[in-house]
Design a protein around this ligand. Structure first.
Ligand code: NAD
Ligand code: UDP
Length: 340
């Protein structure tokens, strides 16, 4: 497929930066727009080093209509991949207005500007969290929406807005991708997940225990109805996930029609299995304590992965061991440190 000019909002973030590389590798001409609220500016330099040429990055808030206008006037974008959002579940409970403002306000501003510039190809970052506690595991895309917190609600609302928009005008082609649990880092070890505070998510938390930055892992509950009692998730290597975006864009351009798919592996691992795998990869002692369940946690999230295979030809290639090894190479290497 010929290279396209594509805007990545939130492109300096964890999934966005990996997707930048996947799209660049697929021959696209990619521009990042990010306000760096949750990313270091040095990510852009590191991406440039990896691809061996300058990377265009616009420092702007996705809610800033004038900045988006200017970007589109100059950019000539044929499609947008929209990552920019706030994503911490517990913070969303404390600050719901911030979450609706950025995740919904940002989406609305973007859609208005896209429409004004006749750009109607969009890939949207959705999440398995839209399923709440699903009735069925592995969970198919047909499962009901169930909001458990404001963050999850913003993803449901985002998908609904996009559904109504597509229904109103067939020129829109929108790919909604429901990510399961992204993990791991790029093979170069130059980019990876880089949380500024104490991480909420399991993988970055374990990584910081492995480096010695945090002392012990807390395992949130071992009395779930799962094989070892700890929570089960469908971890997907971030490079596989990134490739899913390239396939989604190809499909939008080829078919002119939208799609909605889960991006996961179809296989779940428990917290204890992840700790054991990370221990093998890092060769570090990873002490843990079993503590109370985390409020609002879902026992099992595993994707039904068949639709993504059928619609996009998407199949994951990387294992849990590769997620742990690449995460460790990144977190123990020189590039995960620094203030900028
Ligand atoms: P991230 O925080 O690393 O990336 C988001 C990026 O958006 C950051 O670079 C941040 O600086 C930027 N951003 C935030 N608000 C912005 C604004 N108002 N204007 C411009 N830029 C802004 O998060 P991520 O893990 O890469 O997630 C990317 C997307 O995927 C998000 O939409 C998230 O909700 C979704 N998602 C993530 C996960 C996950 O587990 N990481 C799972 C499912 C869905
Ligand atoms: N988890 C844990 N300790 C942590 C962070 C997470 O035991 O410090 C568990 C959590 O209860 C869940 C799994 O690890 O069963 C994945 O949690 P994460 O927050 O990474 O993803 P999410 O719950 O959003 O799918």
């Amino acid at each position: 497929m010929a290279g396209r000019r594509i805007l990545l909002t939130g492109g300096a973030g964890y999934i966005g930066s990996h997707t930048f590389l996947a799209l660049a590798e697929a021959g696209h001409d990619v521009v990042i727009l990010d306000n760096f609220v949750n990313a270091r500016r040095s990510v852009v330099d590191r991406l440039a080093q990896i691809v061996g040429r300058p990377v265009e990055a616009i420092d702007a808030d996705v809610r800033d209509a004038e900045a988006l206008e200017a970007a589109f006037r100059k950019g000539g974008f044929e499609a947008v991949v929209h990552f920019a959002a706030l994503k911490a579940v517990s913070e969303s409970v404390e600050k719901p207005l911030d979450y609706f403002d950025v995740n919904i306000g940002g989406l609305m501003t973007l859609l208005r500007v896209m429409e004004a510039h006749d750009c109607r190809r969009l890939v949207f970052s959705s999440s398995a969290t839209v399923y709440g506690v699903p009735d069925e595991t592995p969970t198919p895309e047909t499962a009901d929406f169930r909001a458990m917190n404001p963050y999850g609600h913003t993803k449901i609302m985002g998908e609904q807005i996009l559904n109504w928009l597509s229904a109103s005008d067939p020129r829109w082609a929108i790919g909604a991708l429901r990510y399961f649990n992204p993990a791991g880092a790029h093979g170069s070890a130059m980019i990876g997940e880089d949380p500024r505070d104490i991480p909420n998510n399991l993988f970055p938390f374990i990584a910081k225990v492995a480096t010695g930055e945090l002392s012990r892992i807390r395992v949130f509950g071992n009395d779930y109805d799962t094989p070892d009692g700890t929570g089960v998730r469908d971890y997907i290597h971030v490079e596989d996930l990134a490739r899913g975006h390239a396939l989604s864009l190809d499909k939008l351009f080829e078919s002119g029609e939208g799609h909605l798919v889960n991006l996961g592996t179809g296989r779940g691992y428990s917290v204890l299995e992840v700790i054991a795998a990370y221990k093998r990869a890092s060769n570090r002692d990873l002490p843990f304590d079993i503590v109370d369940r985390r409020p609002g946690d879902v026992p099992i999230y595993v994707a039904s992965a068949g639709k993504a295979a059928e619609v996009l030809g998407f199949r994951t290639e990387r294992t849990l061991d590769e997620m742990c090894a690449s995460s460790w190479a990144w977190i123990s290497g020189p590039h995960s440190e620094g203030t900028e």
